[in-house]
Design a protein around this ligand. Sequence first.
Ligand SMILES: [Zn+2]
Ligand SMILES: [Zn+2]
Length: 250
Amino acid sequence: MAFFAKWLEKFRKATAEYGYLCDSCGKEIFTYPVYRFCEECESKMPRPQTKFCPKCGRETITDGICLDCKSNPPKFEQGIVPFVYRGKAASLVNRMKNGSPRLALYFGEEMGRAFAAQYKGNAAQPLLVVPVPMTEKAKKERGYNQAERLAEAVCTELNKLGFQAEQDNEVLEKRRETAQQKHMDFRSRADNVAGAYHVHKRNACKEKIILLIDDIMTTGATSGECTLRLLGAGASSVYFLAAVALAERK
Ligand SMILES: [Zn+2]
Ligand SMILES: [Zn+2]
């Protein structure tokens, strides 16, 4: 029996690589590759409720464009986000950033599906998928950039859905470290990221529809700064896709 249990454990570990276990709780599932989470975990994922801002994609209190977008209109075409930054989605995004990059597969696929559902442009036009970069030092410390992992999954999902998506991790470069933005107001956030991002491959941006990819959408200082740089390099439009977004403040 002990032998069997050991063997079973080995089998579970091996098959976990192929997704026969829920990526969130590890329970066995039989719906892969359609679903990566078991039904229970899936039901706990906080999707935006009925109201969300048509510009930035965040869950809102009232109908229409949110107050933040009204006071500081985003430079990107549209923000598209499958989950609200709370509960299970918040803890899983933190796990994805801290040692479980595999979770990027789940989030990236959901981001790709959300984009496909909301995109009103011409689906035959190629899309350039660009992750928000980390500094070399920060990436070395973490071992990976979660935005790059998300971008990979977004790309794969979009190509599966009939789009022509191509990923390029070297379009943007982060040249200096920025401070934690959690407790800053909009102005300080904008100052904090000003000049931190740089377009490394300007030619790649010319007349492209760019999907900018990040893990969390907060007030949009990072996405705003990156969008500005990409448009400055000649991109025709920029869509911002994140795994989760903070809900509008009450
Ligand atoms: Zn589960
Ligand atoms: Zn908004």
